[in-house]
Structures are given as C-alpha cells and as structure tokens.
Design a protein around this ligand. Structure first.
Ligand code: UD1
Length: 313
C-alpha cells in the first residue's frame, strides 16, 4: 500500500482520484482549503482517509501533510481563465506560490514523486494542431501563465534537487462533480445546467472554437499512471482524449441527448480565450500506457446523469 497525498482532493478531479485510490486500497491523505473544493465530494471517503484543511499559500501550515507520503498529486489550484483575468493576483498566489510551497514541502519530506496538474492553456494560440509537448508555449491569460510557471518549477526541482516531478497538461477535463454553481466552471457543466433548467446557453464567440473535452475518468487513469510509470519522471505529457469538438457541435449533441432543439445566444468572445485546442497523446500512450476509455458522448451522458441526480436526489 502506497501513501498518496492529493492536494485539492475535495475538488472535482481530486475527489475522483481519491475515490479511485480508495478502490485500489491505497492510503490517502487530502489537503484542501475548500475555496473551490466541496466537502460533500469526500462524503464517501471521509472516514477512511486523512483530511488536512490548510492553504497551500502557507508553507509552514502544510508541511505536516507530507510526512510519510510516497506520491503527491498536486491539483490544488484556482482554475478558470476569466477568473484569472479578473483577479490575476490571487490566481498567481495560489497557482504559482502555492505550487512552489508544495514542491518545497515535498522535497523536504523526501516524497518519491510529485504529479502536477498543468493545463492545455499554455499552448495559447500556437497555430499548429494537434498540440505536441515540444511546441513553444504562448500563454494568453494569467491562468495559462501560472500553469506554465508551475511546470517550470517542477522541472527545476527535478533537475536541481532530484525531486521526481511529472507535468500533466490536462485538456478541458469534464464530468460529475464539476461544480454546476460556479460561474467559473467548465462550459459543459454550464450548458448541462442550462438545459436542465430550460435556460438558453450562451456561446462566447462564434461557437467555432474547439476543445479536446476529456472525461474525468480518463484523466484519473493518466494521473495515477504518472505516479508510478518508470519513464515519466521529468516529463511533460498531454492528457487529452485526442479529439476535438466545436461548441456548436456540442450544442447539436446536447439537442440530440435532451431531445429538443435549443438555439444558443451568442456573445462577444472572452478575453484570453484560446481558439482551438486538441491534444497529441502519443507521449501519454508511450510513457503512461494511457488509452482514453470513455469517449466524448458517453462522458457527456454520464455527466448529464450526475446533474440530474443532483436535481432529483
Ligand atoms: C481552460 C483550459 C483547460 C483548463 C481550464 C481551467 C484551454 C484550451 N483550456 O479551459 O485545460 O482546464 O482552462 O479553467 O485553455 N464558453 C462559452 N459559454 C460559457 C462558458 C464558456 O461559450 O457559458 C466558452 C469559452 O469562451 C471557451 C470554451 O467555452 O471558448 C471553453 O471554456 P471553459 O470550459 O471555461 O474552458 P477553457 O477556458 O477552454
């Protein structure tokens, strides 16, 4: 049994990782300050894990969480491009200073490896598609820049201190537990909530922007592989589904699934928004033996079911 510390473990991706680790009978600790994470995401696991309520912006308050830990899955972050445009200082404090603190604490506690949740946003509008890890980053938003800084810190800690780090560039992860009530949540969560409430979804821009929407179970699989894969240390690896949908296409799929036609309203594009995003996942296949199992439509149906269960249960 290995000991995993999941920072941001009360969040959408983090709590899904906690549940999978529990299913695999691993020892689990969670570090979260519940700024964006939800206590109820840990309801099933609560009695069987250790939960530290602390803030990664305060190094001394988090050191104790790392004692005896083998693997750190570092997901604690402030997501959202528009949030970072509105308040770059806080995004930087959590995502950059916080990540540095996690790396220092992990180094000092001699953990075996840290897996960092990077982001596809670092590619920005680099015109070459699909995105390959060797492409030059072109961050367009403070959020993207914070995630790129986190990557570089991971690499420096690997080279300088010998701390094993793996950077995963997540591509638009979606699924159950992605907060339906936050204005900064992912677009598929927003659209699902709109359909269930019979409200008109808003598309920012012409709807022809595309994303490699990746179901959360696929990301969990890749992340846990990254903790133990022998050749992953020091690497930066895309975690996507390897496909892409435009927002207009997703609306057509929503219409099919819900069985009625909705016409979205269109609004000006968001500042800092990327036009196209689509992952080359060759490295993930090679180094993580990663094969996304849940396709886009299947994942979307599961996500919608979860939203429905919230409304009925
Ligand atoms: C970005 C990253 C993603 C990261 C996420 C964290 C890219 C390509 N992706 O996601 O990897 O996990 O930040 O927050 O940078 N939109 C609408 N209507 C809405 C809401 C959003 O049209 O009501 C549009 C946005 O303008 C955007 C697309 O939907 O074009 C996706 O937005 P969102 O789900 O917020 O994710 P990204 O910003 O793409």
């Amino acid at each position: 049994m290995a000991h995993y510390l999941v920072t941001g473990g009360a969040g959408f991706i983090g709590s899904t990782i906690v549940d999978e680790l529990r299913r695999r009978k691993e020892k689990v600790s969670v570090l979260d300050n519940y700024l964006t994470g939800q206590r109820e995401n840990l309801d099933d696991a609560r009695d069987k894990i250790t939960i530290f309520e602390a803030d990664i912006r305060n190094l001394e308050s988090i050191r104790a969480c790392f004692a005896g830990v083998d693997y750190v899955v570092h997901l604690a972050a402030l997501p959202s491009v528009p949030r970072s445009v509105a308040d770059p200082i806080t995004s930087n404090a959590v995502n950059v200073d916080g990540t540095l603190n996690v790396l220092v604490a992990a180094r000092d506690a001699r953990v075996k490896r840290v897996v960092f949740s990077g982001s596809s946003s670092v590619y920005g509008d680099n015109p070459t598609l699909p995105r390959v890890e060797t492409h030059c980053p072109q961050p367009l938003s403070p959020y993207a820049l914070t995630k790129l800084a986190g990557e570089y810190y991971c690499q420096v800690f690997h080279c300088l201190y010998g701390l094993e780090t793996v950077v995963l560039r997540y591509f638009n992860i979606f699924g159950p537990r992605q907060d339906p009530d936050s204005p900064y949540t992912g677009v598929l969560s927003i659209f699902t909530a709109a359909y269930l409430r019979r409200q008109t979804p808003t598309i920012f821009g012409d709807g022809e922007q595309s994303r490699d929407f990746t179901y959360v179970e696929n990301a969990v699989e890749a992340t846990l592989q990254a903790c133990v894969a022998p050749h992953a240390a020091g690497k930066t690896i895309n975690v996507g589904a390897g496909g892409h949908q435009t927002l207009n296409e997703t609306i057509r799929l929503f219409n099919k699934i819900f069985g009625y036609d909705v016409r979205p309203q269109y609004a000006p594009p968001r500042e800092g928004d990327v036009k196209h995003s689509f992952a080359d996942i060759s490295r993930a296949r090679e180094w993580l033996d990663y094969h996304p199992r849940v396709g886009f439509e299947e994942g979307l149906r599961k996500t919608i079911e979860w939203h429905r269960s919230l409304n009925t249960g």
